[in-house]
Design a protein around this ligand. Structure first.
Ligand code: C5P
Length: 220
């Protein structure tokens, strides 16, 4: 089969990561979590004391950290200048700051280039998840999926993941981040015109995975 490129976009808490990893593993494809890359560069900026209220300061150092993503869906990895940051990029601090960093065009240009290199290098194909994959990063993807879910379902899933986190606070933080990601000027979170929209509110993870696997198989 020829390499197949799958773009999976959508807001937070819609099941993008769980779905993308499982689909890639089932079909023998590579997997790229682009949110982890934006989190990694944000972690580096925080660690280096960059003023995140200043887009110029962010732009000035956007090219500095070396970010490497491991694309095996059964064991995805992410390092910054050789440091494993898989844990630290999931803290509330990074989560609350990532939208300010990811809105800076110089950051997006840099990370988008990394994403395209990984996607074209994937021998058997790749599942790439994010916010702007179908619209900007890989507009020629073989299949584009846009996952949605009600705000309630998304907050409930996220607070479940964060063990004991307050659902109401999670819901507010999530809505705020999605609003920032959807309203930024450079490649905002958006559904591509040719994307298949899947509302996951009433679906189990297994059902979403099956639905996407079927759609990929139709393209191969
Ligand atoms: O998917 P995840 O929640 O880990 O993404 C973290 C953040 O990274 C998003 O809120 C968004 O600001 C940014 N992001 C982005 N473009 C992508 C993927 C993520 O701007 N393709």
């Amino acid at each position: 089969a020829k390499p197949v490129i799958v773009a999976i976009d959508g807001p937070s808490g819609t099941g993008k990561s769980s779905t993308s990893k499982a689909v890639a593993a089932q079909l023998g494809l590579s997997y790229l979590d682009t949110g982890a890359q934006y989190r990694a560069i944000t972690w580096w900026m925080v660690d280096n004391g960059i003023d995140l209220a200043d887009p110029v300061a962010i732009a000035d150092v956007a090219g500095k950290p070396e970010i490497i993503s491991g694309t095996d869906p059964s064991a995805p990895t992410i390092t910054v200048d050789g440091v494993d940051v898989a844990g630290p990029i999931r803290t509330q601090e990074v989560t609350s700051k990532v939208s300010a960093v990811s809105a800076v065009p110089e950051v997006r240009a840099r990370i988008t280039e990394l994403q395209r290199t990984l996607a074209t290098g994937a021998e058997k194909g790749i599942v790439v998840e994010g916010r702007d994959i179908g619209t900007t990063v890989l507009p020629d993807a073989d299949l584009k999926i846009f996952l949605t879910a009600s705000a309630e379902a998304r907050a409930a899933r996220r607070s479940g993941e964060l063990k004991g986190a307050d659902v109401q606070a999670t819901r507010e933080a999530l809505i705020k981040r999605d609003a920032a990601d959807s309203s930024r000027k450079t490649s905002p979170l958006a559904k591509a015109g040719d994307a298949v929209e899947v509302d996951t509110t009433e679906l189990t993870l297994a059902q979403v995975i099956e639905c996407v696997v079927t759609l990929v198989e139709e393209k191969r």
